[in-house]
Design a protein around this ligand. Structure first.
Ligand SMILES: C[C@](O)(CO)[C@H](O)COP(=O)(O)OP(=O)(O)OC[C@H]1O[C@@H](n2ccc(N)nc2=O)[C@H](O)[C@@H]1O
Ligand SMILES: Nc1ncnc2c1ncn2[C@@H]1O[C@H](COP(=O)(O)OP(=O)(O)OP(=O)(O)O)[C@@H](O)[C@H]1O
Length: 321
């Protein structure tokens, strides 16, 4: 009898921007204690998983040449981790993972983390697993600090090393312009640069996240713009001084405010509305300060199946007191 091969499954997954990123001390495990407010954006990757006799990873699109296709690919690691979690033997877990990237590689927008989250959701469907998003989030957290957020999306407060999430009420669709840089920045290198800057002096530290949470609830982009902040920005700018010019150019083009996204080097500009974002993007494209400009909005949901009316919508993370 012929074995029935299930059809491939495709998942769309968002990039993130950190509206607020406060970096605390280095922990004994080498990670820094964080308080961050994430927002998921309409800039996405698409990940297709399929049963195959020829397992591996293929990468197309944004930055395809700089993404590993072997065991170091975070999506591949996610597939291995899920197979181990549910006790699938090697022979039962042969998959092909195809990444179609829109999120810049090493851009501070959690592209690899997004692919890992999408792979978990895709394989849970392909393998017909009875597994909740919270259980997937446990596996996700072991893969990387940003992976759980990509599962849930929306707007969320992240603590610990960024993996402990609580949803944040966001009343408005916010409009963003994203400036991709010529090359990526390594996340550990940017954290290391911040440690160095803190040994040598006192780079600026952003305050509490509470005003940002209040601005999100009010839905006023002008209020939120005044509060965008990122402790890693000084370190990213120290490693890539040209980002200063990019940040200035976005505001000169009419954005309400700009910030380095996470560990950079992508700069994210908050705009007053959708029309303003299109105008800022056009002007920034002509300013010659970055490689590519994109328009996006947020918040959007986390990793979700593409097509099929039965595609489940992700539920928000459980609230931990
Ligand atoms: C900068 C952010 O994107 C903000 O959301 C994240 O903190 C980075 O998350 P990520 O890329 O998923 O990071 P991981 O893969 O967990 O860690 C990569 C490296 O970044 C540094 N790292 C990351 C997270 C954290 N809280 N402290 C750190 O010091 C560590 O050197 C770590 O070895
Ligand atoms: N699926 C993947 N997509 C992109 N990069 C990957 C992937 N898997 C592994 N990598 C490696 O991880 C490195 C970081 O890539 P990624 O795009 O996740 O960075 P990032 O967006 O700055 O991460 P974060 O914002 O979470 O710190 C890349 O230089 C690449 O070599």
């Amino acid at each position: 009898m012929l074995a029935v091969v299930p059809p491939p499954v495709t998942v769309r997954v968002p990039a993130k921007v950190n509206l607020h990123l406060s970096v605390g001390d280095v922990r004994p495990d080498g990670y820094h204690e964080l308080v961050t407010v994430f927002q998921a954006l309409s800039l996405t990757d698409e990940v297709t998983v399929a049963v195959t006799e020829d397992p591996g990873v293929e990468v197309y699109g944004e930055g395809e040449g700089s993404v590993p296709t072997g065991a170091n690919n975070l999506a591949w690691k996610a597939a291995q981790a899920l197979a181990a979690h549910v006790g699938k033997a090697d022979g039962e877990s042969k998959v092909r993972v195809v990444l179609r990237k829109g999120i810049p590689v090493a851009g501070g927008m959690a592209g690899g983390s997004a692919d890992a989250a999408a792979t978990l959701v895709g394989l849970a469907s392909l393998w017909k697993l009875d597994i909740s998003r919270d259980e997937l989030a446990g596996i996700a957290a072991k893969l990387g600090s940003d992976v759980p957020f990509a599962l849930y999306g929306g707007t969320a407060l992240g603590t610990g090393r960024g993996e402990q999430l609580v949803p944040v009420l966001s009343r408005h669709t916010f409009h963003w312009v994203l400036a991709f840089d010529q090359r990526g920045l390594s996340t550990p290198r940017v954290f290391g640069e911040l440690d160095k800057l803190r040994e040598e002096g006192s780079p600026p530290r952003i305050g509490s996240h509470t005003p940002v949470v209040e601005a999100l609830a009010s839905g006023d982009p002008r209020q939120l713009a005044l509060l965008l902040g990122n402790d890693l920005q000084a370190a990213a700018v120290s490693l890539r001084p040209g980002l200063r010019r990019t940040l200035r150019a976005g505001v000169n083009a009419g954005a309400l405010a700009g910030t380095v996204s996470g560990s950079g080097p992508t700069c994210a500009f908050l705009c007053a509305d959708a029309q303003s974002a299109v105008e800022v993007a056009a002007e920034l494209s002509g300013a010659g300060v970055c490689r590519t400009v994109r328009v996006a909005h947020g918040p959007v949901p986390g990793a979700r199946l593409v097509g099929g009316d039965d595609a489940p919508r992700p539920s928000p993370p459980r609230v931990h007191a």
